[in-house]
Design a protein. Sequence first.
Length: 215
Amino acid sequence: MSARVAPGWATRVVTVAAVLLVAAVAAVVSYAHMQEVAERAGEGWRAWLLPLSVDGLVVAASMGLLTRRRAGLPGGRLAWCALLGGVGASLAANIAAAEPTATARVVAAWPALAFAVAFELLLQQRRVPVAEPVDEPVGEDTPALEPVVDGPGEVLEPVVEPDPLGTAVAQLVGAAHAEGRPVGRRTVARELGVTEYRAGQLLARTNHNGDGRQS
């Protein structure tokens, strides 16, 4: 199977810069709309703070989802509800600040959506796996080593090469079991700097050998 190739640093820099630019513009426009709506509602000086609570909730929920994904855990209902609630509140406030026409409402709603999507794209740049060639299918064990015949009547033991990745996975699994927590392929991929596909191979081999120890 061919290896997945990670994007180069130049590509990632341009991508991050473009996403940051879109997020910054959308955040400024969305903040102005929400601040205007809060002033109309009679919030006074608090109108300058309320938009931060809305966009801040979107950022906090996205970071929570990223943290859980990197730990190999599902996103969680609370984080998703917070993200959807923050985006919904931002959309409602931006639409409320627009003129009562369909075109104006669509234009006003755009910054809220653009900010949420741009921030998620930015977080995805932190989840790009490191490329690594993968030559063996999942689930197959390493072929058995044949004895080496050095001469007539002499049989030497096969030379077993050390498997540092397998040992590292076994240590991760053993430590996690001791603490009573699961270990997923995302955790292994992050700790060892390999792809999730390769991490799944290593976990399968470790579990096959039993109890997180290399045989």
